[in-house]
Write a protein that binds this ligand. Structure first.
Ligand code: ATP
Length: 225
């Protein structure tokens, strides 16, 4: 693995009475595509919240070298604002100040958004909104994008387009991606390495192509095929 952009060690998060994450170790290297898969309730959302600083861990460390931006589950658009305004809001933390709020580079990276720039975000399809959410995250000029449930509720063809964009951003811009997905097949197809989270613990990790052949993973996450 290249130098880690994100490194998580011994991460433990407890809610009142329940341990949601229990000693999680995970790292994403510069320019890497990494998946975290897990069933409902495995602790994926808790990990995302801890990575974004919304939850204080009980134990363990999270080290981020560079900038991390998140594509949140459910997209979280400002539905009454235009696509362009939604993108601009993603630039508020950009270190380049006013220049950092220039949205034109995003339309070059995600050309499908060009024709939609004056549309109200709330009027867009789920796939279009997901693309806006990716664009908004890119406005922060991140070194790593944490994408929470990319495929949720979207048609396969739409997901293929979004995955294509993430791959291009990875190969051409060196953007690292941590893809947090319930759709294990998609995640293992797209990523080089993967972690399997089970009831708050990393049960398995390794090369995605090896995990895709692992009988335990196949039975539990790939519908036994
Ligand atoms: P999903 O895909 O359904 O969002 P997940 O993998 O993201 O699942 P988490 O939401 O992180 O899982 O939940 C992990 C565990 O922590 C679950 O057992 C859940 O019931 C519990 N949990 C989550 N949030 C809270 C909370 N605010 N208070 C108490 N327990 C919680």
């Amino acid at each position: 693995m290249s130098r880690p952009v994100v490194e998580v060690t011994g991460l433990t998060v407890r809610y009142a009475g329940a341990t949601a994450l229990d000693g999680v170790d995970l790292a994403v290297g510069e320019g890497e595509l990494v998946a975290l898969i897990g069933a409902n309730g495995a602790g994926k959302s808790t990990l995302v919240k801890a990575l974004s600083g919304l939850l204080r861990p009980h134990a363990g460390t999270i080290t981020v070298r560079g900038r991390l931006a998140q594509v949140p589950e459910g997209r979280e658009m400002f539905g009454d604002l235009t696509v362009d305004d939604n993108l601009r809001l993603g630039g508020w933390r950009n270190p380049e100040g006013r220049r950092g709020r220039d949205t034109s580079p995003i339309y070059e990276l995600l050309p499908e958004l060009s024709d939609l720039r004056r549309r109200r975000a709330g009027s867009l399809s789920g796939g279009q909104q997901q693309m806006v959410a990716i664009g908004r995250a890119l406005m922060a000029r991140p070194d790593i994008l944490v994408v929470d449930e990319l495929s949720l509720g979207l048609a396969p063809l739409v997901v293929t387009t979004l995955v294509g964009h993430l791959r291009t951003l990875n190969t051409e811009r060196g953007l690292a991606v941590l893809l947090i997905e319930q759709n294990a097949r998609l995640a293992l197809d797209m990523c080089e390495r993967a972690y399997v989270l089970e009831t708050g613990r990393i049960a398995l990790h390794g090369a995605a192509k090896d995990l895709a052949r692992d009988p335990q993973v196949t039975a539990a996450y790939l519908g036994g095929h």
